[in-house]
Design a protein around this ligand. Structure first.
Ligand code: BDP
Length: 739
């Protein structure tokens, strides 16, 4: 009996320890399940030669040993001599062979690049993982393990990989009380209360995961900043995290609350031109570097959504950024100043649009197109920032919507390095219940041509510095990580963290490749599984656009928590927080006229002529952006031959149909992966199907009150009336800050 209990306990423990709960992310390193490949790998990788004389090389070596042991199912020995089938890893400083190989070619690896190459040296077959820096070796090791995990041939391997963008950063919107603004995966992983004494294993696994995809920076705190993090008590905690992360090549950044000199320094002002304020920041920055010698710098949200900033004192964004930049410059720190601003022209409190008006020429439209504001404010400041200031721009001109055209700022700032800001957390993309693979959204923006310096000036080439020769470059993703066991809530949320890192390293990678790699490492290398699951991933973003905001609609979600549809809302605190401000449905039609015609806001003029030409004409505008740029009559004839109203119905219905297709496809995959994650995804897809139908029904019933046209009869009927949807309330929807 005792024996029996013991066996059960063992079984339970091992399933708890080794169950597929998602904790291991894409770094599972399970035994290669293809026998002939396993034999090939085993014979090719008999030993390693790896002199690890630094913290970074030590973790790289440890990772290589752990990974190989798991994947090959045997302990790998270490060799100091050149032996056959050895993997040799290092820098010119730690390995003479690496030095010889690197100096034999013109590799330009820079600070972080690496090579992986199969060579014959003195008759011995070896694989070299070489880099100029320790971090480069670490990235090379992870790439090598990725090749094995995804079952690639390593026989004639020859890879040279160099990141295209220098600063590849995760932005955490984590508060010091461990709530996460727009976080849907539990509490913040930073356990401030237990820091600095207690180092949670998660910090190490977080760093490993980031390093494995090339992320080299982390902003620990919310852009809606709390000055407390700049106090000694918190800096000690930050220092502990920074120490853990440094060996993985990751720098720590903090958000700086602009009013900190008043709030914590006891000064009367935070005016950036006041010498006492400048001095306060200088001293504060010097102090930070005593705790965190490799501190990256500050991320700042100023004069936006109630945050303090230089305009509070009649100064410009450049004045504010430059003050902080001067304090950071002696330490090689940088300032990342956000362009997400829309406070400058405060609107009258009751300036709302009455969407039931019979004409669409409401007053103040021109003055208050939020889509224009970042450009209007920042374009005049181009050239006025210090060398160590970067301006961080959200991918679209409004706010991380399911689809937006790229922000016009990407084509406008020739003298200021721009950082791309993507939102990985799915605030507007179904939060943690919807399966949405974001790589297609990221790529759509990165591949868009700004024409800012002739054809081919893509957004990606602007931010990687090749269009305007920026000397510093950056890309940031707002994190979707929390303390849920699987990090991201939805198991497929991990793919978005992964995709962000991979694209930040190399924006030329295709969405197919990223999805495939991730699936193989995270679930299975079975080709049938990968092909089917990849299809689900690749269609998921367009599917979501269809059931939420097709044809260029945007910002029609619930107030505050942003959960679910609420196109009817017209009473939010500011005009431009209201869905009716954005869709402008009336009896004539629907959409926001941003053209240069009399009724338009002329936001379109912020783009290069070649870009405008794609969107300016109602009859030729890319239909993806039709209602973003035009107010379109309900009976307007679309490319499909349908009226606009029928097309809108068609899109909403096809969005829901696609989710059903995703469900069906997933159900067929039961036998290919573990029960645990299969069931999780299955349940979440069922939730997603309900939410998709809810979006469709609520939006169409509401817009129908203007179009007065029927939902075509061949479609299933909405299961409730409009009043029902309008009455739904979600007081404790997550991610909204409130406790
Ligand atoms: C909006 C979020 C808000 C953020 C803001 C920002 O709803 O919580 O503070 O973006 O980026 O989308 O600053």
């Amino acid at each position: 009996m005792k024996k029996y209990c013991f066996a059960i306990c063992l079984l339970l423990c091992s399933s708890i320890l080794f169950g597929e709960d998602g904790y291991r992310l894409w770094l599972r390193y399970d035994l290669i399940d293809n026998n002939s490949l396993l034999q090939q790998y085993r014979s090719r990788i008999a030993a390693i030669q790896f002199m690890a004389n630094s913290p970074t090389l030590s973790v790289a070596k440890q990772e290589l040993l752990t990974g190989l042991k798991g994947l090959l199912g045997k302990k790998i020995t270490e060799q100091n001599n050149l032996t056959n089938n050895c993997v040799i890893a290092g820098t010119p400083a730690t390995s003479a062979l690496v030095q010889t190989v690197l100096s034999s070619g013109n590799f330009n690896l820079g600070k972080e690049g690496f090579i992986i190459t199969a060579r014959k040296i003195n008759d011995k077959s070896v694989i070299i993982i070489g880099a100029q820096s320790d971090a480069g070796v670490l990235y090379g090791v992870f790439q090598f393990l990725r090749l094995l995990q995804t079952h690639q041939s390593i026989e004639k391997i020859s890879i040279v990989s160099v990141p295209k963008i220098q600063n590849r950063i995760l932005d955490h919107w984590d508060n010091l009380n461990r709530t996460v603004e727009r976080g849907y995966a539990g509490a913040s992983i930073w356990n401030w209360h237990l820091l600095p004494g207690y180092i949670d294993k998660r910090y190490i696994d977080y760093a490993r995961a980031n390093a494995s995809i090339g992320i080299n920076g982390t902003v620990l705190t919310n852009v809606n900043a709390n000055a407390l993090v700049l106090t000694k008590q918190y800096l000690e905690k930050v220092a502990t995290l920074a120490n853990v992360f440094r060996r993985y090549g990751i720098k720590v950044y903090l958000t700086a609350r602009f009013s900190a000199p008043v709030e914590m320094g006891g000064l009367k002002t935070a005016d950036p031109l006041d010498p006492a304020v400048q001095d306060w920041w200088k001293q504060k920055v010097d102090e930070i570097y005593t705790y965190i010698p490799a501190f990256g710098g500050f991320l700042v949200k100023a004069n936006s959504e109630g945050q303090p900033g230089p305009q509070t004192y009649g100064r410009t964004h450049a004045d504010g950024a430059n003050m902080l930049a001067d304090a950071l410059a002696p330490h090689n720190g940088i300032v990342i100043w956000r362009a997400f601003v829309y406070d400058v022209r405060p609107q009258r409190p009751n300036e709302n649009f009455d969407s039931h008006k019979t004409d669409s020429t409401a007053p103040n439209i021109v003055a208050s197109d939020r889509a224009r504001q970042a450009y209007d404010e920042f374009k005049p400041l181009d050239g006025k920032f210090r060398k160590n200031v970067l301006v961080q721009v959200k991918n679209g001109p409004i706010d991380f919507q399911p689809r937006e055209p790229f922000s016009p700022l990407f084509g406008a700032m020739h003298q200021t390095p721009l950082v791309m800001e993507f939102q990985i957390t799915q605030e507007y993309l179904g939060q943690a219940t919807n399966l949405v693979f974001e790589a297609p959204l990221f790529k759509e923006c990165l591949d868009a041509d700004t024409y800012s310096n002739g054809k081919g000036s893509t957004v990606a080439r602007v931010i990687d510095g090749s269009v305007d020769n920026y000397s510093i470059t950056g890309i940031a993703g707002v994190s979707n990580i929390g303390n849920e066991r699987n990090w991201t809530g939805h198991p497929f949320g991990q793919a978005n963290w992964y995709a962000f890192g991979r694209l930040a390293w190399d924006h030329y990678l295709s969405t197919e490749q990223i999805a495939g790699e991730w699936l193989r490492q995270t679930f299975s290398n079975d080709n049938h599984f990968v092909t089917a699951a990849k299809k689900i991933m690749l269609m998921s973003r367009e599917t979501l656009v269809n059931y939420m905001t097709p044809l260029g609609l945007h910002h029609i979600m619930g107030t505050g928590h942003h959960y679910g549809p609420a196109p009817w809302v017209s009473n939010a605190g500011r005009a431009d927080w209201n869905p009716v401000y954005y869709h402008r449905a009336d009896y004539l039609g629907i959409g926001f006229d941003r053209t240069s015609t009399g009724t338009g806001t002329n936001a379109i003029s912020q783009y290069a002529p070649e870009v405008r030409a794609q969107w300016e004409n109602l009859n030729t505008c890319d239909e993806k952006y039709l209602l973003w740029f035009h107010h379109v009559p309900w009976k307007f004839k679309m490319a499909s031959g349908r009226t606009l109203w029928d097309e809108l119905c068609y899109k909403y219905y096809s969005g829901v149909d696609s989710v059903r297709w995703m469900q069906k496809t997933w159900n067929d995959l039961r036998n290919y992966i573990d029960e645990e994650r299969f069931e999780q995804v299955k349940m979440l897809l069922a939730v997603q199907e309900k939410e998709a139908a809810w979006w469709r029904n609520a939006c169409l019933l509401y817009f129908q009150t203007f179009s007065k046209m029927p939902i075509p009869l061949n479609y299933e009927k909405p299961d409730h009336d409009l009043e029902y949807y309008e009455a739904l309330k979600f007081p404790y929807a997550p991610g909204n800050g409130g406790l």
